[in-house]
Design a protein around this ligand. Structure first.
Ligand SMILES: [Zn+2]
Ligand SMILES: [Zn+2]
Length: 363
């Protein structure tokens, strides 16, 4: 769920340019959203196919056997010969767990797709950097910390966290500004998305499978969609393992093979691939979240070849890093809400969406 098409506005950042931008300059002009519906339709189709095969070839035959075994024994003859009878409690537990996982997946996916990732508020402080209220002495200290790689970042953590906007342009060290279509100054970690045609707060990447950017407002839903996709495919693999094995038993007849064995085998193999692919991708994002990094920042960190750039990354990173657990809570909310697709309340929302008015700071 994470093919990246990121920002085009980062050549004004402290950080190095992305390769994708160079390619973007040469790419022919075309509407980037012309086929935006394709991948969401593909995702919905895959969910429906996996759900359908689970129900049609496994759960419903099991439920039928429960029913027939109690009423008319002769009907058992019509039951699926490759699905073994199970106790009612087992069937109920399978049915409940499966439907809870699928519902959570669908809700998380829809919320990730339909929730705004967050844009720069159209407020005065993002139109006039004077409104940031950063004292010249503070600005001088920011410049010094950023350029002096011998700075003890840990010792300056409190100061770094207190600066309302830390990232600066690469060229003249001014505040970052979006002149694409937003015409606003950018909060830290904000990038312009050419697909969404807006600056996205704490942008992670533009996800074609969501037809939406993944950013400040919907990152939790994106993560939960991945998590429940791993749960659903994993559950499918576990519950259907015996049924998959049965596909290799002698074919009863061609009709049965095409109606049952073939769909089960195809869906099972597809779920094996999805389980590992999405599992690896989800694990990568857990790592990013715990280390308070976006995909864009991770790539910037990898690409930071000079010691100065690595130092600048470390400083910018320090502003938002509060330790693994706090970083996870920042995205997922309090522990009891981690697996529920409800928006977390962001106590430091102001850090991203327009910091609250602060008294003018002095160094
Ligand atoms: Zn923009
Ligand atoms: Zn986007």
């Amino acid at each position: 769920m994470g093919k990246e098409h990121e920002d085009s506005g980062e050549n004004d950042s402290l950080r190095p340019d992305h390769d994708i931008e160079a390619g973007e300059l040469k790419a022919p002009k075309s509407d980037p959203n012309s086929c935006a519906w394709f991948f969401p339709v593909l995702v919905v189709t895959v969910i429906m196919l996996v759900y359908g095969v689970f129900m049609y070839a496994y759960l419903v035959p099991m439920m039928n056997q429960l029913h027939t075994s109690k009423s008319d024994k002769s009907e058992v003859l019509n039951a699926d010969p490759k699905v073994a009878p199970h106790p009612a409690e087992y069937v109920l537990a399978i049915a409940l767990t499966w439907h809870i996982l699928v519902i959570m997946l669908v809700v998380s996916y829809l919320r990730a797709m339909l929730t705004s990732p967050g844009s720069i508020p159209n407020e005065p402080q993002w139109k006039d950097p004077q409104m940031f209220g950063i004292h010249p002495d503070v600005e001088a200290k920011v410049t010094k910390i950023m350029s002096d790689i011998s700075t003890d970042v840990e010792a300056e953590a409190e100061f770094i966290k207190s600066v309302p906007v830390l990232e600066r342009k690469k060229g003249n060290a001014g505040y970052r500004y979006c002149n694409k279509s937003c015409d606003l100054y950018k909060p830290d970690r904000t990038h312009h998305c050419k697909f969404c045609k807006m600056c996205v707060l704490r942008m992670d990447h533009h996800c074609p499978y969501l037809a939406n950017c993944v950013g400040y407002g919907n990152y939790k839903f994106f993560m939960l969609a991945l998590f429940y996709a791993v749960c659903c495919t994993g559950f499918f693999l576990g519950a259907m393992a015996v049924r998959f094995y049965e596909c290799f038993n002698p074919i009863l007849d061609a009709g049965y093979f095409f109606a049952y064995d073939l769909p089960v085998a195809l869906m099972y193999l597809m779920c094996v691939g999805l389980f590992f692919l999405i599992g690896i991708f989800f694990s990568f994002h857990v790592y990013l979240t715990a280390n308070v990094m976006t995909t864009i920042e991770y790539k910037e960190k990898l690409g930071a070849t000079s010691s100065t750039l690595r130092h600048q990354f470390k400083v910018a990173h320090k502003k938002y890093d509060n330790g693994y657990f706090a970083n996870l809570c920042h995205v997922f909310g309090p522990l009891y809400l981690w697996l529920i697709p409800l928006a977390p309340s962001h106590p430091d929302r102001g850090t991203y969406t327009g910091f609250v008015a602060k008294p003018e700071m002095t160094a």
